[in-house]
Structure formats: structure tokens, C-alpha cells
Design a protein around this ligand. Structure first.
Ligand code: NAD
Ligand code: MG
Length: 404
């Protein structure tokens, strides 16, 4: 790395951003760029948006970029050469894992969407990195193995999901002793309710992918937007919270809070309830995790309580949003159930976005797959991917049986 005048280069943390072209990746680079004296992009990865990745490489000058194929690598290399940018291009999952655990890397932002992020995220964990976890699906699929790897490697796992980052901020620093030992009674996981919070069961039959992706408070990738609309996002987050905070599912309560100003709460036995508030902008949890235990400017505007004026709360409706019930059941069953739930959901969301299934069929497909697939313990990464694969096959079979 080149030296900077008047700045101790050893203080600059080198960051790998897995999923740099996505919503979380771009917000991460925005925060990093505000603090060049603290952070430097080490590697950026992309999947389909190679032109955008090129622009990011020219702007942030990472040592490495990772793309899925030789064809994409050729295009990116040509663009980098034309722009006079020395970034080296790697390919495929091996490239992702390489930049996730390289010895030069101080922290890894895990922001690939879905099961595709599991191997590189786990590689960062096994290398003992500081891992900023946005890719909740990775933890949902492989919870026990993932958390074992964190303990064995000494990796520092920091939640990026706004709710989990809020819970983390409201927990005492020694919460790893156990929730009852530190006096936690409940975790209150807030949910916006998504774009269909007030949509009737009948009307849900005809909602479109565009409507599902138009979230009232957050701007996000399409997969998590559909998950928010179906409330599967909250279901995945419930499972995520159980692993991150070593909580049984019964201790995690979902509270619908349409303004998305309170990002979650922790209820203590003495009656104290601690909440974290902020504008709905992912740069807050990203900056919190990047700088933890310090605080840095994130670029997020100060919260204006007078313009917000009121905060509302309601119970979730598991009749209209059965995905939440399915996820809670999977959390209780444990073993392979969350991995099966996640894989079936990935197929369901993909086929909904393609216009091949109706919105309520997301839950129907997942429920059928969960019913058909037997629950097995997941003692290796191979077992995790085998359960994931079987669930995907059952989901595709559901689709064909139902004539699509
Ligand atoms: P996104 O769709 O905007 O970006 C996804 C990123 O993953 C892109 O960079 C893409 O290139 C990469 N990617 C996709 N498929 C890939 C594959 N097969 N192999 C390698 N890379 C691949 O998604 P996002 O909204 O940024 O979400 C990313 C993750 O963060 C998800 O797990 C999501 O649940 C989580 N998350 C997002 C938000 C948010 O506000 N966007 C909030 C909380 C958690
Ligand atoms: Mg969230």
C-alpha cells in the first residue's frame, strides 16, 4: 500500500466487501470513503453488474476484484486496463474465499445475498477475521456450524442487519455469559410490516413483484424486499437472533412498528427496556460495526423526533403472513429445518420475481417443502448444502406439479 502523508499506514484497516455492487455493498463503500484515514477497500466482488464493479474499482482502487466467470473477468480486466487501474481480477467461489481470508484483510463485509454467500463468509470466520454479517441466509442455513467456527477461530462477528445491530447495541458487553445471567427477559424484534401490512388476503393474490419491491421505509435488493413483503425476512431474522444472542425462539418476540425508527429492543428483568433508534439508513449499523467499539460519522442525518411525531406498534398477523409462522416453527425444530426453509424460500422468491407464482404461493411452496423433507442434524458443510439442494429440488417439483 502507498503511504499517506502524516498518517500511520498501519492504522488503515483493509476491508473486503463481498457483494460490493449490492445495496449493502454500496452503503459500505459510502461509509468507507468518508474515512480514508481509517479504511481502505482491499477487495470488491460483484456478480452480474460488471460495469458497476468497474466503476467502483476505479473509485476505490482495491487490490482485488472478484467476478463469477472467465468471461466477466475478461470484460473487467479490459475496462481496468483502459482506466489505468491496477486491480487484480479473480474468479468464482475460490476467488471469493481467497479475498475473504487473505492475511492482509482486517475486516470482511459479508453482503452477498442468499446461500451463495455461505462459503466465503465461513472462510472469513474460519480465518478469524472481523466479520460484518449482512448475509443472514448464511447464518440461518448453518447456524450451529457457523457459531462453532466463530468460537474456534476467535472471529469477531458483528451484526449488520439493523435489528440485530440494534439488539447488539442494547446488550451488555458480557451478554455471551448467557441472556438470563445478564438479566435479559426478552428480545423485541421490530418489523416494518412491509408494503402489504394493510393489504387484505384477497388482494395479496394479485400483488406484483414491483409492488412487493416497493418497501415503504428501506431501499434494498430485490430478494430481501420480497422477504420483507412476505415477512419471511422477519422469520429469517428471528432465527438469526437466536444464533447471534444464544436465545431460544420463545424469547424473541416480533413487534410490528411501521415507522422503522426503533430498530429493536431488549427487555430486562427489572422492567427496563432499551431500544436503539435512528433513521432507516443501513449506513448506521454499517458504521457502528466498522468502527466498533468506537463511533464514526456515517453520513446519516440526525433523527428528527418532531417530524416523526409518533411511533406505532401492532402484533404481526400470521394468518396473512404465514412465512413468519413457518420460520418460527423451523427455529423450534432446529437441525436442517432452517436450511430447508431458506432454500425453499430462495426458489419461491426467485419464481415469484419471474412471475411464475402468486405472492401467497411463496408460503404454500415453502410449507410443502418443509412437510416433505425430513429433519436431519447438520454436522458438516456438505450436509448443509445437501439439505439446501434437496429442498431446492422439492421446491422446483412443487412448481412443476402446479403447472408452472
Ligand atoms: P443486493 O441484491 O442489492 O446485492 C447482492 C450482492 O450479492 C450483489 O453485490 C451481487 O453481485 C452479489 N451476488 C448475488 N448473487 C451472487 C452469487 N451467486 N455469487 C456471488 N455474489 C452474488 O442485496 P442487498 O440488499 O445488498 O442484501 C445483501 C444481503 O444483506 C442479504 O443477505 C440481505 O438479506 C442482507 N441485508 C440487506 C439489507 C438492506 O438494507 N439491503 C438489510 C439487512 C440485511
Ligand atoms: Mg433487518
Amino acid at each position: 500500500m502507498g503511504g499517506r502523508m502524516g498518517c500511520d499506514v498501519s492504522q488503515v484497516q483493509r476491508i473486503t466487501v463481498l457483494g460490493a455492487t449490492g445495496s449493502i455493498g454500496l452503503s459500505t463503500l459510502d461509509v468507507i470513503a468518508r474515512h480514508p484515514e481509517r479504511y481502505q477497500a482491499f477487495a470488491l466482488t460483484g456478480y452480474t453488474r460488471i460495469e458497476e464493479l468497474l466503476t467502483l474499482c476505479v473509485r476505490h482502487r482495491p487490490a482485488y476484484a472478484v467476478v463469477p466467470s472467465a468471461e466477466a473477468a475478461g470484460r473487467l480486466r479490459a475496462g481496468l486496463t483502459a482506466a489505468g487501474c491496477a486491480t487484480e481480477v479473480l474468479e468464482g467461489e475460490a476467488g471469493l474465499c481467497q479475498v475473504a481470508c487473505a492475511s492482509e484483510v482486517d475486516a470482511v463485509m459479508a453482503a452477498i445475498v442468499g446461500a451463495a454467500g455461505l462459503r466465503p463468509t465461513l472462510a472469513a470466520v474460519q480465518a478469524g477475521k472481523k466479520v460484518l454479517l449482512a448475509n443472514k441466509e448464511a447464518l440461518v442455513m448453518s447456524g450451529a456450524l457457523f457459531m462453532d467456527a466463530v468460537r474456534q477461530s476467535g472471529a469477531v462477528l458483528l451484526p449488520i442487519d439493523s435489528e440485530h445491530n440494534a439488539i447488539f447495541q442494547c446488550m451488555p458487553s458480557d451478554y455471551a455469559r448467557g441472556l438470563s445471567a445478564v438479566g435479559v427477559r426478552r428480545i423485541l424484534l421490530t418489523a416494518s410490516g412491509g408494503p402489504f401490512r394493510q393489504t387484505s388476503t384477497e388482494a395479496l393474490l394479485d400483488v406484483t413483484p414491483e409492488q412487493a419491491c416497493a418497501h415503504p421505509n428501506w431501499s434494498m435488493g430485490r430478494k430481501i424486499s420480497v422477504d420483507s413483503a412476505s415477512m419471511m425476512n422477519k422469520g429469517l431474522e428471528l432465527i438469526e437472533a437466536c444464533w447471534l444472542f444464544d436465545a431460544p425462539p420463545s424469547l424473541v418476540e416480533v413487534v410490528v412498528h411501521p415507522q422503522s425508527v426503533i430498530h429493536s429492543l431488549v427487555d430486562y428483568v427489572d422492567g427496563s427496556v432499551l431500544a436503539q433508534l435512528g433513521n432507516p439508513d443501513m449506513r448506521t449499523p454499517i458504521a457502528n460495526a466498522l468502527a466498533w467499539p468506537e463511533r464514526i460519522d456515517s453520513g446519516v442525518a440526525p433523527l428528527d423526533l418532531f417530524s416523526i411525531a409518533r411511533l406505532d406498534f401492532e402484533a404481526p398477523d400470521e394468518q396473512r403472513f404465514p412465512c413468519l409462522r413457518l420460520a418460527r416453527q423451523a427455529a423450534q425444530v432446529g437441525n436442517s429445518a432452517p436450511a430447508v426453509l431458506n432454500a425453499a424460500n430462495e426458489v419461491a422468491v426467485q419464481t415469484f420475481l419471474q412471475g411464475r407464482i402468486r405472492f401467497p404461493e411463496i408460503a404454500s411452496m415453502i410449507e410443502q417443502v418443509l412437510d416433505q423433507e425430513s429433519v436431519v442434524p447438520l454436522t458438516s458443510l456438505e450436509a448443509v448444502f445437501a439439505a439446501d439442494q434437496r429442498a431446492r429440488e422439492l421446491a422446483w417439483a412443487w412448481l412443476h406439479r402446479n403447472g408452472r
